[in-house]
Design a protein around this ligand. Structure first.
Ligand SMILES: [Mg+2]
Length: 191
């Protein structure tokens, strides 16, 4: 029984009501934010037709007002709210930069996408089929450190399985031939 505490409501009527409003508005904001995650910020409420973006703005205004009221009735002006908010915001902005860098990196490295890897495997197996080469007899290992090098290395292994171990590229590469994947993706992304 010793674990039970005799909790009673906040005794100051005004602070009590300001706390209650803050909870109510916080939950309204949480509700519309959840809907945005599920439907998208630019979707609309199917019943009212109100855009989610506008509903979020309204609830942010409501919670802003509730917070200002709670601050007024329950805190002193010199309490360290802004300092903490600024520190938090600096952290968010740092995280945003990391996310943007990561997205840029992912956009330029197709091997992070399973569909790319499946497509590449598919094309290689089709090449084997066309040449009548058993994929089991091909060495799929390549360690050239570049995507382009790895792809060419495996194509070379398929051709060797077909033409014999002594086959090798003659070192001539036609000019204007396909560039690197990074170039192709980069030119698409920049174009
Ligand atoms: Mg509200």
């Amino acid at each position: 029984m010793a674990d039970i505490t005799l909790w009673k409501p906040e005794p100051d009527l005004i602070i009590h009501q300001a706390l209650g409003k803050a909870v109510e508005e916080a939950s309204e904001l949480a509700k519309i934010l959840a809907r945005c995650l599920i439907q998208g910020l630019d979707a609309k409420d199917p019943k009212t037709g109100i855009p989610n973006r506008q509903a979020v703005l309204e609830e942010m205004a409501d919670i802003d007002a509730a917070i200002v009221w709670l601050l007024e009735v329950a805190y002193r002006p010199d309490d360290q709210l802004l300092e903490r908010a600024n520190r938090k915001l600096a952290g968010f902005l740092q995280w945003q930069k990391m996310l943007e860098d990561d997205r840029e990196h992912s956009d330029r490295d197709p091997t992070l996408d399973n569909r790319w890897n499946a497509g590449l495997d598919f094309a290689m197996k089709q090449l084997c089929k066309l040449l009548g080469v058993d994929p089991q007899s091909v060495s799929w290992d390549a360690a050239t450190e570049t995507l382009d090098g790895d792809v060419r290395s495996v194509i070379g292994n398929i051709l060797r399985a077909k033409l014999g171990e002594n086959w090798g590229p003659d070192g001539r590469e036609p000019e204007g031939y396909a560039g690197t994947v990074a170039d192709m993706i980069g030119s698409k992304a920049n174009g």
